[in-house]
Ligand binder design. Sequence first.
Ligand SMILES: Cc1cc2nc3c(=O)[nH]c(=O)nc-3n(C[C@H](O)[C@H](O)[C@H](O)COP(=O)(O)OP(=O)(O)OC[C@H]3O[C@@H](n4cnc5c(N)ncnc54)[C@H](O)[C@@H]3O)c2cc1C
Ligand code: FES
Length: 244
Amino acid sequence: MKQEILKITENIRIAENVYRMTLEGPELEEQKPGQFVNIRLEGQFLRRPISVHDSEPGRLVIIYKAVGKGTEQMGRMAAGETLDVLTGLGNGYDLSKAGDHPLLLGGGVGVPPLVKLARVLREAGKEVQAVLGFNTKAEVFGENAFQETGCQTTVTTADGSYGVKGFVTDALPEEYSYFYTCGPEPMLRAVYKATRTSGQFSFEERMGCGFGACMGCSCKTITGYKRICREGPVLEKEEIMWDD
Ligand SMILES: Cc1cc2nc3c(=O)[nH]c(=O)nc-3n(C[C@H](O)[C@H](O)[C@H](O)COP(=O)(O)OP(=O)(O)OC[C@H]3O[C@@H](n4cnc5c(N)ncnc54)[C@H](O)[C@@H]3O)c2cc1C
Ligand code: FES
């Protein structure tokens, strides 16, 4: 983990209440797919965790939905302003289990962390399929980014206003070697039930400190309690225990 002051070089609206922010800093290291950063905002006690959408040395891109005070404040920030950011957080996805034709399943703001994963898997020669789920057409983003990586991409909307009508679980392909998923908890539960292979889930739980000190993000797994911010946010399908 590193604390850095990063400069905003872009902050634009890309869908309804959804923004893409690019941050730059000379010391910024490349982040792994599935890792997250934790952002300090003026007047807010807790930092706000946001997944890495894209990253290379010196540059980091995040995509976030304005849902409350912190993220709305981020939406009003402009290029040239700076943010205090903890980088290099979380375990990230384990790519070694992907097999030769993995499936990526993203819902809403669970879509952004899967783009870098898609690119890295494609660079490793995998045939990647992606299913992206949204509520309605105005909320759809990211389809081009997946297509540019060479993934076979399907979009679903719950109201049928774009792509396949329904949820990501209504558009699962017949064949895939493994899966990676990120999205709201009801979607993750549905994916857990509907998938027939092993896979990895990224949990975007509420957090306190974000770096393992407060235990505020602990969840029960078959191998004991894990801190989502430290031993997660990515958990293997086989270790998950859902609260009923
Ligand atoms: C590891 C991790 C990665 C994340 N990645 C992303 C991302 O890439 N893009 C993105 O848009 N969001 C992401 N989130 C969620 C994001 O952190 C929250 O939306 C944000 O902290 C809300 O802050 P706020 O001050 O705007 O809202 P608040 O004022 O704190 O809350 C406003 C509303 O949002 C709900 N809310 C707050 N936090 C969460 C949460 N974690 N999950 C679900 N609902 C929440 C609250 O219950 C409330 O209804 C991630 C969360 C985690 C833990
Ligand atoms: S948020 Fe504090 S331990 Fe995870």
